[in-house]
Design a protein around this ligand. Structure first.
Ligand SMILES: [Zn+2]
Length: 273
């Protein structure tokens, strides 16, 4: 059973918001209970404030990064399944966190300091979840979900993996939207040049092979990477290619071209012929 990337991102956001609202509710209840035990405590004001401050710090240094990572991971899934909205490892940690959190809350009832402590932890995680959730609304990370291509092993052992059209594609159609994975210090076999920098883009874009007579071109997109656009009608099962020299000042991955096209340059030196 296959679902869209957007659906997985929606499920992931649902967990993020559900957790944020649930923990804010639980944390507030614990702090209110603490306040009913000791109304004179300056902590009745400090505790929620502390929870918010810790939460914002957690969001900045941990949650936002994790959220972006997860969305990038979802966008890279070639055949997304309904349960892949988080990694299995993350779901396991989530389950433990919920169990521990619930046990701590029930143990804290009637104990002032304990209530404050668990209340602050809950509020901080709630704030971290809610603050970091803006990532779900950022178009840079939310890519269109498309399954117009498949990755398979190339018939030739030399080439390795290749990207093929999963359906018939019209001229001008966007086949792949890639996202920016990381910046590399220098040009390498998998890098792509953008604004003078050498970047690694997400799969399947990074797998697309070169041809001197390509059926695709690449254009920079809002995710800091590239969209792959069809230059001609592409029928289902055809390998997707683009001209590496259309984007790179030079190609170092290989020097002699054997793409097999009638207009093959034979060489990948940066002097176009
Ligand atoms: Zn060639």
């Amino acid at each position: 059973m296959q679902v869209t990337h957007r659906f997985l991102i929606f499920l992931s956001a649902l967990v993020w918001y559900g957790g944020g609202v649930g923990l804010a509710w639980k944390g507030s209840a614990l702090l209110l209970e603490a306040n009913s035990i000791n109304q004179d405590g300056v902590w009745s004001i400090l505790a929620p404030l502390l929870g918010v401050v810790i939460g914002v710090i957690k969001a900045k240094f941990i949650f936002i990064k994790n959220c972006r990572k997860n969305i990038t991971r979802i966008n890279q899934l070639l055949q997304p399944k309904p349960w892949q909205f988080f990694r299995l490892r993350f779901m396991f940690i989530l389950l433990i966190a919920i169990t521990v959190g619930t046990s701590l809350s029930s143990m804290a009832h009637g104990h002032y300091n304990f209530l404050l402590l668990v209340g602050v932890i809950d509020i901080s995680v709630a704030v971290a979840l809610l603050v970091s959730s803006f990532v779900y609304w950022n178009p840079t990370y939310i890519m269109l979900s498309m399954n117009k291509v498949v990755v398979e092993n190339h018939a030739s052992d030399v080439v390795g993996r290749a990207v093929y059209a999963a359906c018939d594609i019209s001229v001008g159609e966007t086949l792949i939207q890639s996202s920016h994975i990381k910046e590399l210090g220098r040009r390498d076999r998998y890098s792509m040049e953008r604004d003078g920098k050498h970047i690694l883009i997400s799969e399947p874009g990074v797998i697309v092979n070169h041809s001197c007579s390509p059926n695709c071109k690449v254009v920079p997109n809002s995710a800091g990477a590239f969209d792959f656009i069809a230059l001609k009608e592409i029928s289902k099962g055809t390998e997707i290619t683009f001209d590496y020299l259309s984007n790179e000042a030079e190609v170092t991955a290989f020097t002699d071209c054997c793409c097999g096209s009638a207009r093959c340059r034979r060489t990948m030196s940066n002097t176009k012929c």
